[in-house]
Design a binder for this molecule. Structure first.
Ligand SMILES: O=C(O)CCC(=O)C(=O)O
Ligand SMILES: [Fe+2]
Length: 379
């Protein structure tokens, strides 16, 4: 994927290995990982009704008698939070033609994203990261390439670092896959990545379509921008840290792309979202996929959808693994609000070539929602 080759990251130590050497309660954590902001500020956890990540039931969205009510929930999540979790995603998959849907002749084949696909995928990721460092290094990133095992967004020698390692792969389209970085251990890994990627494909499209429908707009143009475009998969490995409140697994950021489908691989929580200046812990349900709205969707929708600022925190004695599946827009997109979403001529974001926007992101350290804020026009 061209996006993955925009720029590389400076090489950083492997955190999984580092964590093994400094994981006593009094052990010194290297200064580059010590983050004062990790323990400052209020964090709201255990919020009831999953306010930080409302649950959208796809079955309810599809059933005539409950669809409207579920759409209201979806609209509110997209406009106020930028994040929700979908349940029943594993029981539904959507193979349909957009034309049919808008002719109210929806064809859904309820064949499901099989439990087996998610189960195999999770099992193989855990197995991959549990290998000795040398085995994983076979898939290390190469200079000026984001794909592979390593880290991203490290652009200066004195920037603070995240307490995590990652593996990034372009998974779609298949002719852009760089198999040099696709692990051959465990033996079923390539197959399980492929299966997860293809089984979730229709789902992202379907969710996006419901989102647009929920705000009363026509979906064709927006869907067209993401149709058959690149998808990238980032597998995050966060080792435990006895002094978890001194480190951050992943710095505050928004995803630059369209929708992100986030899968928490093991049952360790750690995702937090920012709302009204406060951090909220997300309680990810076991069977649910978390849907993040990225910056591209915020701009295209003229702010009708909000991208969500989020970060990952660390557990004191358990590893955490997550997988983000990013949906990229077409490469030559000019990022600008679509006319469909502009009311009374009020355009809220200035235009920018998507490639430039992405490059800005990949050549800087993560910085909350600030990059997007710079595109906002004074009203
Ligand atoms: O680990 C998580 O829950 C968040 C991961 C994430 O935000 C990302 O990979 O972009
Ligand atoms: Fe993210």
């Amino acid at each position: 994927m061209a996006e993955a080759k925009v720029n590389g990251s400076l090489a950083v130590p492997n955190v999984q290995a580092l964590a093994e050497t400094c994981n006593g309660p009094d052990e010194q954590i290297p200064q580059r990982y010590v983050r004062t902001e990790a323990s400052s500020g209020e964090v709201i956890s255990n919020c009831h009704d999953n306010v930080a990540a409302p649950i959208i039931d796809l079955n309810k969205l599809l059933a005539a008698q409950s669809s409207e009510e579920e759409c209201v929930k979806l609209r509110s999540a997209c406009q106020n939070l930028g994040l929700f979790q979908v349940c029943n995603a594993r029981f539904l998959a959507f193979r349909y033609s957009i034309k049919h849907l808008w002719n109210k002749n929806l064809q859904l084949i309820n064949h499901g994203v099989p439990d087996e696909v998610i189960g195999n995928f999770k099992r193989d990721i855990v197995e991959f990261f549990s290998q000795p460092l040398d085995a994983k290094k076979e898939y290390s990133q190469l200079p000026n390439n984001l794909e592979g095992y390593g880290q991203v967004f490290v652009v200066s020698e004195d920037q603070k670092l995240d307490w995590g390692d990652m593996m990034y792969l372009t998974v779609h389209p298949s002719d852009l896959r760089d198999l040099r970085f696709w692990p051959t251990y465990p033996a079923s890994f390539r197959q399980s990545i492929d299966a997860y990627s293809s089984e979730t494909k229709g789902l992202a499209r379907c969710i996006l379509e419901f989102m647009v429908k929920a705000i009363g707009a026509e979906p064709e143009l927006l869907l067209g921008i993401f149709e058959e475009q690149a998808r990238g998969m980032r597998m995050n490995y966060y080792p435990p840290c006895k002094q978890a409140d001194k480190v951050l697994g992943l710095s505050p950021h928004t995803d630059a792309t369209g929708l992100t489908l986030l899968l928490q691989v093991n049952d360790v929580q750690g995702l937090q979202i920012k709302k009204d200046g406060k951090w909220f812990s997300v309680n990810a349900l076991n069977d649910a996929l978390i849907v993040n709205i990225g910056d591209t969707l915020e701009v295209l929708s003229n702010g009708k959808f909000r991208s969500v600022e989020h970060r990952a925190v660390i557990h004191p004695n358990k590893e955490r693994i997550s997988v983000a599946l990013f949906h990229y827009p077409c490469e030559n997109l000019v990022l600008s609000p679509l006319p469909e979403f502009v009311e009374d001529g009020k355009v809220h974001y200035r235009s920018m070539r998507y490639q430039d926007f992405l490059k800005q992101m990949l050549t800087a350290q993560l910085d909350g929602k600030n990059r997007l804020e710079k595109l906002k026009l004074e009203q």
